[in-house]
Design a protein. Sequence first.
Length: 520
Amino acid sequence: YADVPAGLEAWTAITLDFTDALGGFDATDLRDVWLFLDRGEENFSGNELYIDYVSLGGAPMPGLESPCDLQPGNPGVFVDYFEGDSLTSINTSSIAGQVTDFILDTLCETLLLRVTDPVNSPLPPFNAYQVDPVDSLGNAITDLSAGVNVTMRVRSAEAVVIDVLFRSGEGSPSERSDRKAFTVPAGLDSWTSFTLAFEEADYAGFDPIDLRDMWVYLDRGTENFSGNELYIDHIAIGTLPDSVRQTPCSTVVEPQTWSAHWQEGETVTLGGSETEKLNVAVTDCEEVFIEVADPVNAPYQAFRPVVINPADENGVEITNITGNVQVVVRARSAELMPLGVQLRSGDGSAEFRTALKTQMVEGQLDAFTVLTYTFEGEDLGGFVADDFLDLWLFLDRENENFPGNELYLDYVAIGPEPDTTFNSPCGLPDIIVSTAEMPAVEQFTVFPNPVVHTLQWQWADHADEIINVRLMNSHGQVVRSVETQSLQSRRLNVEGLSGGIYYLVVYTDLHRIIRKIVKL
């Protein structure tokens, strides 16, 4: 046997000659070789042994030894640029990891940390994110003797304090460094780089050549962390990162649009204190059905909104709708009902809200009403478009429950009206583009209605616009169409069509007008 001295900075070559200690061994009948590590003891000292080669009969051929330089001053270093599609360095099964969403943006090469459910399952006040440094081969890095430091490049929705400590050995409190902290300023429009360097006086019980892991606290001592939106460009330990490998994406926060369409079987979560009194489901027409579960004994209270928190495809809340302060809703209702919309910013208090705008959903279930709410001028009130908080929908704000107790939402959108390809697949048409029609549109008249043979229309002062007229059935199919250069007095033959509900749709450069027609 031979003793291997402690230390990972150099190899030890051992030669054992059995010429005078063959015992009962027959060298012409070799079976195998046994290696004992600390024979007579459980495990083995240090629990970390590296073997470069084992050779029988003499030294191995030159040039086959490990090519790695183990000289002092060349310990392992670690940098994670988050360029892959999976996490290798952050422990997602720790207490902190279990309540956090780790969202990798493979295009921007960044990592987003966000507490999944900060209300019902918050990040505990004293739990850290555990970083396990590994090398390019996935092996744990255990030696930081060249420098105990950490460099991070981050940006945060709100100011957040980042605390860091290192653990060695078993990770017990007596084997940890002191904590060092840095305050990241608020703002997603720029990155902040910082380095926390640990001197010997900061090591406390930490052994830099026996690294176990690194702990990162976000606002240590408080539940969750400020803003609940922290982006990490890279983490480096024991070295400085390569600035060339910084994220290629700009930090300029572009104004955002948003729309919600629903798929059959999808669960819909609507906020607001009164929504527990609603039955909400997605129909096979890919729309949200809403009714008050018990309007008599547990009515839906007046003045209580349905709260919607728009988020992007990564689940990150939308906060900047500059230039898109408009809401479009496509809905149908059993009875004529008022639908109110209000936008909130900042902390949501009254001084940070838009005015409440209300329009009417037509009282019929065989067609949709498209409502457009545009907030500008005095309508904006104290609303701050680049600090958007949420959207409130009022279902008949002045009365308990809502008329008809049967409301369907095909979509709710912020910004432009969504592409019609995303509309409900059931083909129900739109009966009104907006309930706030321009006076010129209100002058458009259709007669007779009901109609038997010939449908006529008039539109005073609009004699020379190039337009297209379509007659659609209740399934959205075009059954008659005509293109004309004058709307002052025109007609359409409807003979041969079966009796029922139809919709006359008129398109011009500036307008889209829809009128409900009854064919006898």
